[in-house]
Design a binder for this molecule. Structure first.
Ligand code: PFF
Ligand code: NA
Length: 453
């Protein structure tokens, strides 16, 4: 049995955890979610969710990985025999996400090039569905979208190469390069966005508080949902990453740093995106409300249009934007892929190289499905089910199993407290045993109700 791999430095671990957390969710999910759920008033439920569920769960996952020293299935199985499947459920979700995450990154690679040569033309919306995706009717395979294949291969080669090089020499190295670069590029974009005409209108729209929203349960569900997704909680990632921490590590402190770093990046993205939207509204004579968008639409239809409108060096700033998406995406893709590499490696006693080849190879092949002409339809469908049920269920299983069935919270608390100056107490256990399960249960019921209506 070889010795368990370890991070080289504390900063290395933190960068990897932040690399996983900071992703497309920060850039294209948070701004629109905040805007639609109360604008400036959203920060209240959001902060509440961060403090009552996000950081407590992060501490719990870090402690589980650190105490039981294994991938998610291994660690949960060591806690209690019957819990291994919860880890596999989380790994399965990560596997599915990785297959389409890779395709989105591949699109961003192509769009970084289009920013420079202007290939998306004047009508960026019809370009995306038309010339770019060649999208066919929903559900019709209609052959491959050939132009995606090479960037997709590059995305997988980069991801699997870093994973194959190991925890310290691969994952840590990748994040040490990607995350500082991402922060610098993104800061440049945000400063540019803030200096565009109309930026103030965008910010005003973003921060304008709608206090009535606070009374709406849906807004609270949105806040918790954003926090879970954004902190990469219940994806098996944080358990796996913390299992590589040295024995003496201040887990609790690490969780606070990860949580606040992720939220800071989220806020930064909100400011940048809305400044840019304010500019676009002004250029096109619309209201900010009319141009707000999130997700794929924001990145691949609205942003190219904003870039078209920009006065100077627009190609350069467009390139930086899509390069940021690529960096944020790659560091998240590495983290989700590591969950099944580590899981399979430990389960079947494989070498890391073999586990990377099998796990990565399989997901790379499956990702081809989304590179077909009907791919966007599959992507939307799968993404919807993963986000509405998969993750919430995974989080609920995990927290109920750990807090109620294994009654493990006091043990984890003692473990974390022995390593930190920040003492966990009754409140931490209350957040995990009561608040989190209630919120996740409610979230699931709500999603189900919307589905059936
Ligand atoms: N936490 C990442 C984000 O906010 O973009 C997204 C993410 C990463 C989701 C990894 C899922 C995942 F497995
Ligand atoms: Na995030």
């Amino acid at each position: 049995m070889e010795k368990r791999a370890q991070w080289g430095t504390r900063v290395g671990f933190l960068l990897a955890a932040m690399g996983s957390a900071i992703g497309l969710g920060n850039i294209w999910r948070f701004p629109a979610t905040a805007y639609e759920n109360g604008g400036g008033a959203f920060f209240l439920p959001y902060l509440f969710a961060l403090l009552t569920a996000g950081i407590p769960l992060l501490i719990m996952e870090y402690t589980i990985g650190h105490k039981y020293r294994g991938s998610a299935p291994k660690s949960l199985g060591r806690m209690r025999k019957g819990f291994e499947w919860i880890g596999w459920w989380q790994v399965a979700i990560s596997f599915v996400i990785s297959t389409y995450y890779a395709v989105i990154i591949a699109w961003a690679v192509l769009y970084a090039g289009y920013a420079l040569n202007g290939a998306w033309g004047d009508d960026t919306t019809s370009f995306f569905g038309g010339d770019f995706l060649n999208a066919t009717e929903p559900g019709v395979m209609g052959g491959m979208n050939m132009k995606v294949l090479i960037p997709l291969a590059i995305v997988w080669i980069i991801t699997l190469t870093f994973l194959g090089m190991g925890v310290k020499k691969g994952i840590e190295l990748a994040n040490k390069i990607f995350i500082p670069t991402l922060v610098v590029l993104f800061l440049i974009i945000v400063v540019r966005a803030l200096t565009l005409d109309g930026a103030v209108d965008g910010l005003q729209a973003f921060f304008q508080p709608n206090w009535d929203a606070i009374g709406d349960p849906a807004v609270w569900v949105a806040a918790y949902g954003q926090i879970f997704f954004s902190l990469s909680i219940a994806f098996a990632i944080m358990i796996t990453y913390s299992s590589y921490l040295p024995k003496k590590s201040d887990i609790t402190n690490n969780a606070f740093i990860t949580g606040f770093a992720n939220s800071s990046f989220e806020l930064l993205a909100g400011i940048g995106v809305f400044a840019a939207l304010g500019f676009m509204a002004m250029q096109t004579g619309q209201e900010v409300t009319d141009v707000v968008d999130g997700g794929i639409g924001l990145a691949f239809m609205v942003f190219p249009q904003i870039i078209n409108e920009m006065p100077v060096l627009s190609g350069f700033f467009g390139f930086l934007f899509f390069a940021s998406l690529v960096l944020a995406g790659l560091s998240s893709l590495i983290s989700i892929t590591e969950t099944y590499v580590a899981g399979v490696q430990e389960k079947f006693n494989l070498s890391r190289g073999t586990a990377v080849a099998i796990g990565g190879g399989l997901s790379a092949v499956i990702s081809l499905l989304y590179a077909t002409k009907g791919g966007l339809f599959y992507l939307d469908t799968v993404d919807h089910f993963i986000n509405s049920y998969g993750v919430a269920l995974a989080g609920l299983f995990e927290v109920v199993a750990v807090a109620w069935f294994a009654k493990e919270l006091k043990n984890l608390q003692a473990h974390a407290n022995s390593l930190s100056d920040i003492m966990l107490g009754y409140w931490w256990r209350f957040c995990l045993s009561i608040i989190t399960p209630v919120v996740l249960g409610y979230m699931l019921l709500q999603n189900l109700r919307v589905e059936l209506m």
